[in-house]
Design a protein around this ligand. Structure first.
Ligand code: SF4
Length: 322
């Protein structure tokens, strides 16, 4: 992992934000690519937002990218371009919760804050034999306090890295390598044969399904795309106008007669399943009334210049547009 052992808070922050909802093997190339374009916080604060979104494309959970940009600007404007060096100030930054604040504080500044993630909870619950559910308010507080008690305050960064590594490489979820574990003699779960029961599994949240109906206006080799604004998913990314958009109604371009979509694609997120219905409509001219700051006619050959959510990229790939 290219961020392992580094002390630069900018790099640690970037890696932690990427890893919030992305696996290490997938996130690594994004981390390196963003660093190549924006090697420090000043460069990121000055970045063209659309360009950063394009680099982020494919990672999903785009609010992380928006927060990254907002935080870079805030650090430059309010902290003279230097990453804050105390836990409370770090915790105030956008997109940074207690886990990320503890990781940055301990790895970059060796401050005594224990990280608590899934790996840490697994090690602690097995080693001490605690059967609390970790995703309740009480459970979270319990494991946060226990982790803090166990922390070696003089070597906070090293300790945090060690317990996370133990969880990731030895005390693994399904098949922990207990015979090789340095704690096997005093580990409750190993000694009492309770490994399968610990940690207590999370209750699964229900998956919410959502249907989005996209109208794909096609004029020869151009498509009408729309930047998503408002508070809905995929904010600031491009997609297509949706079937009930006012602008389509006003231009009589709503495919109300076209009942069946040409293509249906699905994307599953952690707690949501998005079903995209795509209605392709060829038009002989490009109605200029459709052009405003959010709507654009773009040549198919230039689609790669814009950032799209994964579902829309899949649509382009099905049509061999990307
Ligand atoms: S002995 Fe096994 S269960 Fe206990 S901490 Fe080590 S790897 Fe985890």
């Amino acid at each position: 992992m290219p961020w392992k052992g580094i002390r630069d808070p900018y790099r640690i922050w970037l890696s932690e934000i990427i890893l919030q909802q992305t696996r290490v093997d997938q996130g690594e190339k994004y981390y390196l690519n963003i660093l190549k374009h924006y090697p420090n916080i000043q460069a990121l604060a000055k970045a063209d937002e659309a360009a950063v979104f394009r680099l982020w494309q494919g990672l999903g959970y785009y609010s992380r990218c928006r927060n990254l940009l907002a935080t870079a600007k805030m650090i430059v404007e309010e902290f003279e371009g230097r990453f804050p060096e105390n836990y409370q100030d770090i915790l105030k930054l956008k997109g940074i919760g207690p886990y990320t604040a503890a990781a940055i504080s301990s790895f970059a500044f060796n401050l005594p804050y224990a990280v608590v993630d899934g790996n840490v909870i697994r090690v602690l619950s097995r080693y001490f034999g605690h059967f609390q559910e970790a995703d309740t308010t009480t459970g979270k507080r319990f494991f946060a306090e226990l982790a803090q008690e166990c922390l070696d305050p003089k070597h906070a960064g090293l300790y945090n890295q060690a317990i996370m590594d133990l969880g990731a490489t030895v005390c693994k979820p399904a098949l922990p390598n207990c015979p090789e574990c340095p704690f096997k003699k005093t580990c409750f779960a190993y000694q009492q044969q309770k490994i399968k029961e610990l940690p207590v599994p999370k209750k699964r949240a229900a998956v919410i399904e959502r249907d989005l109906h996209f109208v794909v206006l096609e004029n020869k080799s151009h498509l009408l795309i729309k930047r998503r604004s408002g508070r809905d998913i995929w904010q600031n990314l491009y997609a297509f106008p949706q079937r009930d958009d006012d602008v389509l109604m006003a231009n009589k371009l709503n495919p109300s007669k076209k009942q069946a979509p040409d293509l249906i694609l699905e994307q599953t997120l952690t707690h949501r399943k998005i079903k995209g219905h795509f209605y392709r409509i060829p038009v002989t001219r490009k109605p200029q009334a459709l052009i405003d700051s959010d709507h654009l006619w773009v040549p198919i050959s230039e689609l790669s210049h814009f950032a799209f959510p994964r579902l829309i990229i899949s649509f382009f790939q099905k049509l061999n547009y990307l």
